[in-house]
Design a protein around this ligand. Structure first.
Ligand code: NAD
Ligand code: DAU
Length: 379
């Protein structure tokens, strides 16, 4: 008698497991926005090294913060294409989804510096809100139309812990913390998070949101605290510390942020947000002092024999300066298995070594427009 094989019954849980496995192994065509900026460039380098099955289309307007030399070694070809353009240009973005069969978006592009948002908020509203809206619309048209072909697409919206506002001496931001943005930058990011979330709830767009704490590492533009202090301390200029220097940030090495983003694309549940943090709370004064000490050790004392801490100068506080950020990333750890790979001490040593060996990169990005910015901000 011939044994009749029973059809294999696949239960709900099995189907989820198969779908998850499929999405983990998926060959992806990823639209990275803002890939010439600090985190975007680190992300592209990481994907290039670790995900040979992904093709990247990098859309970047090359604003003051975007720099093609951040992607030194990444060649145009089967795995990579660069497109100079604006995320708020609907025709361009729609065209890219169609030509490239984009099935994944990792959306970094933004105006990202709080101080600039205080001086001139308009560009933050345009890029961060309208630009995100344009991308969401393009993804909706490409992925949710009746004729859509993209299998298992993902729209990962990269956001910040600043949307949650400012903490007192204790407590952490988690994914259920109410939004309470305080600067034009964080308000524009909060708006874009709400839009992304609305596209999931209203249209079923497969959106994932990540809210990360302060990043540091290679290719960070020297308007942000760590590279600015490095650059000034190296050359013996004064080190501007806002207010009393006791504001606290939760620092994360940029490569760990990028690893988390890849893990969320692979294993995240659509419609959910994930907080990412390093559990490295430091006051600004601690960070600045540490950079001074490391440079004293590596480069020797200043020409006048003084330690670099002597360059610390307390300056007027940032308007609406958030006091403390601290992230609870237990959802990311328990659901996805991510954890940071380096401590702050290790990460800052790697970062300072990188800046010391890439002095030419720093010299290139500190061009005329940076000097004007610096004069306007610090006098
Ligand atoms: P960045 O300022 O270094 O880079 C931004 C990039 O976006 C630049 O390459 C710029 O040219 C590009 N860009 C700006 N406007 C554009 C437009 N209209 N169209 C296309 N490209 C445009 O920023 P970053 O520090 O790398 O931050 C990346 C993302 O991560 C941002 O969304 C930011 O809100 C978020 N984030 C940053 C941090 C951090 O500590 N830096 C922490 C959490 C979240
Ligand atoms: O928390 C995540 C956010 O971290 C990101 O969303 C932003 O894109 C990113 O820029 C960063 O925002 P911050 O405002 O925290 O970073 P910044 O490097 O500008 O400042 C860090 C702290 O250092 C802050 O408390 C202000 C202070 N500061 C900054 C500068 C540039 C100074 O004391 N002196 C300075 O010159």
């Amino acid at each position: 008698m011939v044994a009749v094989k029973k059809p294999l019954r696949i239960g709900f849980i099995d189907r989820i497991a198969i779908k998850n496995k499929r999405s983990m192994e998926k060959i992806r065509t990823v639209l990275v926005t803002g890939g010439c900026g600090f985190i975007g460039a680190n992300f592209i380098h990481l994907v290039n090294e670790t995900r040979p099955d992904w093709r990247i289309v990098n859309l970047d307007l090359l604003t003051y913060a975007g720099n093609l030399s951040n992607l030194h070694g990444i060649e145009e070809g089967a795995r990579y294409r660069f497109v100079k353009g604006d995320i708020a240009d609907a025709a361009l973005v729609d065209g890219l989804f169609e030509q490239e069969n984009i099935d994944t978006v990792v959306h970094f592009a933004a105006e990202s510096h709080v101080d600039r948002s205080i001086v001139g908020p308009a560009e933050f509203i345009r890029t961060n809100i309208f630009g995100t809206f344009t991308l969401l619309e393009a993804a909706r048209k490409a992925w949710l139309a009746d004729s859509a072909e993209a299998a298992d697409p993902r729209f990962l919206h990269v956001s910040t812990d600043e949307v949650f506002g400012s903490l007192g001496d204790s407590g952490f931001f988690n994914e259920t913390t109410a939004y309470d943005p305080r600067s034009p930058y964080s308000a524009s990011k909060a708006s874009s998070d709400h839009l992304a979330s609305a596209y999931f709830h209203t249209y079923g767009l497969p959106v994932l949101i990540t809210n990360c704490s302060n990043n540091y590492g290679p290719y960070q533009f020297p308007e942000k605290l760590i590279p600015l202090i490095f650059n000034n301390a190296r050359t013996g200029r004064s080190l501007p510390v806002y207010g009393d220097g006791k504001n606290i940030r939760d620092w994360l090495y940029v490569n760990d942020h990028c690893q988390a983003i890849i893990a969320v694309i692979d294993k995240g549940t659509v419609g959910r947000s994930y907080n990412i943090g390093g559990n490295n709370e430091k006051t600004n004064l601690e960070v600045v002092s540490l950079i001074c000490d490391i440079l004293d050790e590596k480069l020797g004392l200043l020409p006048n024999g003084a330690v670099r801490r002597s360059l610390i100068t307390f300056v007027a506080d940032r308007l609406g300066h958030d006091r403390r950020y601290a992230i609870d990333s237990s959802r990311l750890k328990t659901e996805i298995g991510w954890q940071p790979s380096v401590t702050f001490g290790q990460g800052i040593a790697l970062t300072i070594d990188w800046y010391l060996t890439n002095q030419q990169w720093l010299d290139t990005v500190i061009d005329g427009s940076y000097q004007q910015y610096y004069e306007r901000m610090y006098g």
